[in-house]
Design a protein around this ligand. Sequence first.
Ligand SMILES: Nc1ncnc2c1ncn2[C@@H]1O[C@H](COP(=O)(O)OP(=O)(O)O)[C@@H](O)[C@H]1O
Ligand SMILES: [Mg+2]
Length: 240
Amino acid sequence: MENLIEIKNLTKKYGDLKAVDNISLSVEEGQLFGLLGPNGSGKTTMIKLMTGQLKPTEGNINVMGTDVLAHSVEVRELVGIIPEQETPPSFLTAEEYLHFVANIRKLDEIEARCNKWFDLLDFRNEKEVLCKDLSRGTRQKIMFAQAFIHEPKLAFIDEPLINLDPVIQKKVKDYLAEFVKNKGTIFLSTHVLQIAEEICTKIGIIYKGNIIHEGSIKELQEKNQHLEDFFLKLVKEKNK
Ligand SMILES: Nc1ncnc2c1ncn2[C@@H]1O[C@H](COP(=O)(O)OP(=O)(O)O)[C@@H](O)[C@H]1O
Ligand SMILES: [Mg+2]
């Protein structure tokens, strides 16, 4: 399988702090890769680097065969992104915002694409409400829809599912599972281990800017090891 993400010796410093410390990592097509780590471990920084929103201090990032540093706009055209804690513009309705995104992405059949998402995540009744008046959960649904509206092959999602009710969480999880089954690729970050355990095929554990473990979820399950126990043990060892 082809690597859709290839990172080599990536470092990002904020002043003296190494938020990302010499990370090399690759993600194959068809993976649902979960980057796990406690708050402040470097997950959001990694996603911003991979999507060209931040410039690395050192290292190389290639996404879908494109050098991110040289061609960040092209990369953002290709992929879908759900940034951490971001909400759609307060002054637009869900429908207006999705049309806006679809127009920027120069998509066809905009109406049909939007309808698919209204139905899939069940917010058709709220499509004409200004985003400022919507619940956090509905705003997160809209962010989900905007990331996938152009049917990307690869999407980056930073701490997904957190404000969604269990019914919608299930729908999103099913969508992601189907997406990777059809050769889509997801890179998600989360500090909620349960989410990772349920949906990821591969995980990387990041701690203080370093990847301290990489492997498949299946591997842990075969060893009868719970991700949470494994994770806590690793972090404790690193803290010694
Ligand atoms: N713009 C910034 N300026 C300075 N420090 C930052 C900035 N963004 C993040 N950091 C620091 O970098 C580290 C990693 O942050 P982040 O990538 O947001 O972690 P995570 O997403 O895993 O919670 C943290 O120590 C954080 O305080
Ligand atoms: Mg974060």
